[in-house]
Design a protein around this ligand. Structure first.
Ligand code: UDX
Length: 433
């Protein structure tokens, strides 16, 4: 099958390379020139384990190529995946759909034969209906079908999640033939037993937003328990372990700490609330405001704890921040809790040195006034406190005795509850979580 992927960010680049891996001919469309040139040379402009190998393999074999031209795309494809970003609007909760709309407006007038457009981007419920109506207006004597096929990949596991997903979801309008095309595209996964849920487009859109809302709620639930545990002198990890044994609850996504960030969960729950409001169903999602509040309170609490451990003031303190990416195995710093905390601490008068195995370049662009180190130990030199804010393996493996030799004061806050606390305590550290 000849597949076009519109937008080659984290989602689109992974999807395109994986479609090639499944045996399809793939053309990726990327409007940003620098990104396009890297991808066309088989290089990935962000960190995603396993993706560089897959991409370069298929660029070299010729099964995947990259263009900036919608005309090339229209000439090439039978199926078009929309994988462009849907960021949060500036100063508002709603999703900014300008890139989705632009993709449709540019592509459809150029099509000269029937086509299927499959939406992958996370969009507010109702978007595919609106796009379908618009496609009918734009199409010239051809039939353009729209269907929604949401994506559930996690950064850091994007290739695995795309090639062997937990489930495939497809929202189709009646009378379309998207289902048979999708079955052909995903024949490998379906052959391996991956369930396919076929439903209407609004339900498919809602599967994605409600899944992310549930995950965010689960994290904020355990973080709310952490607040109570702190107040009561209880251990939230023990609570999470014990309730997690209940199969109805499950232990995953019950890691208390600095909370969620990244390009998806925070903006998706806000866009979901905004959309529910437009639909007259705001009340149904007021709890998500609290989910967001609990999450943001984690960052404030981390700053307070740092101030406390430094004796009540951050003025003139030297703070080492280990971790900048919103989670390990990623270089993504969009809405990163770690960088947010680093920035707040700096505003309170501390000098902050950040180290991250993969996200320094991206952090520097977003927070140019912070200092950056090239190793964890370098960041910790002469520090009054060390904060572990992203649970990279490298930090979990740090030797407390080694770190002690370089800091000014042996105080550490484990913002992700990822270290073996007893080892740090045994090595003489004031260890807090
Ligand atoms: C998420 C969804 O998991 C994925 O299905 C969807 O397609 C996109 O959004 P991603 O943003 O890559 O994926 O990251 P995820 O692994 O879900 O983590 C999100 C955030 O939650 C991270 O900041 C992580 O540190 C935090 N988190 C996760 C916790 O604080 N506690 C947990 O127990 C789990």
């Amino acid at each position: 099958m000849r597949i076009v992927v519109l937008g080659l960010g984290y989602l689109g680049a992974t999807h395109a390379a994986c479609m090639a891996e499944l045996g399809h001919e793939v053309l990726g469309v990327e409007v940003e020139q620098s990104k396009r040139e890297m991808l066309a040379a088989g290089e990935v402009p962000f960190y995603e384990p396993g993706l560089p190998e897959l991409l370069s393999k298929h660029i070299q074999s010729g099964r995947m190529s990259v263009t900036g031209s919608y005309q090339d795309a229209a000439d090439f494809g039978d199926v078009f995946f929309i994988a462009v970003g849907t960021p949060q609007k500036k100063g508002e909760y709603g999703a900014d759909l300008r890139y989705v709309d632009a993709a449709l407006e540019e592509l459809v007038p150029l099509l000269t034969r029937d086509a299927l457009i499959l939406g992958k981007s996370t969009v507010p419920v109702g978007t595919s209906r609106r796009l379908s109506e618009r496609a009918d207006e734009l199409a010239k004597d051809i039939d353009v079908e729209i269907a929604w096929n949401p994506e559930f990949l996690r950064e850091g596991y994007a290739v695995r999640d795309t090639l062997t997903p937990d489930r495939l979801v497809l929202g189709v309008f009646p009378s379309g033939n998207a289902e048979s095309v999708a079955r052909e595209i995903y024949a490998t996964a379906l052959g391996n037993g991956t369930p396919l849920v076929v439903t209407d487009p609004p339900s498919a859109e809602l599967v994605k937003t409600s899944a992310n809302a549930f995950l965010a709620t689960k994290i904020s639930f355990i973080n709310a328990m952490a607040e109570v545990c702190d107040a009561a002198g209880a251990d939230v990890k023990a609570v999470a372990d014990a309730i997690g044994y209940d199969a109805r609850i499950g232990r995953k996504f019950l890691n208390a700490g600095l909370g969620f960030g990244g390009g998806c969960l925070p903006k998706d729950i806000r866009a979901f609330m905004a959309r529910a409001g437009e639909l007259g169903a705001a009340e149904a999602l007021t709890f998500l405001r609290e989910v967001d509040n609990v999450n943001m309170r984690r960052r404030t609490r981390m700053v307070e704890l740092t101030r406390e451990i430094c004796g009540g003031s951050l003025l003139g303190a030297r703070i080492a921040v280990l971790g900048a990416a919103f989670k390990p195995e990623s270089d993504d710093v969009r809405d990163s809790p770690a960088l947010n905390v680093a920035g707040q601490i700096q505003l309170q008068g501390a000098s902050v040195t950040v180290y991250d195995p993969k996200a320094i370049e991206n952090s520097r662009q977003l927070f140019p006034t912070l200092d950056y180190a090239t190793t964890a130990l370098e960041a910790c030199e002469q520090a009054d406190a060390v904060l572990v804010l992203t649970e990279w393996d490298e930090f979990i493996k740090l030797d407390p005795m080694h770190v002690r030799n370089v800091v000014r004061r042996n105080r550490i806050i484990d913002g992700r509850m990822c270290l073996r606390g007893e080892e740090w305590v045994a090595a003489g550290w004031d260890y807090r979580t």
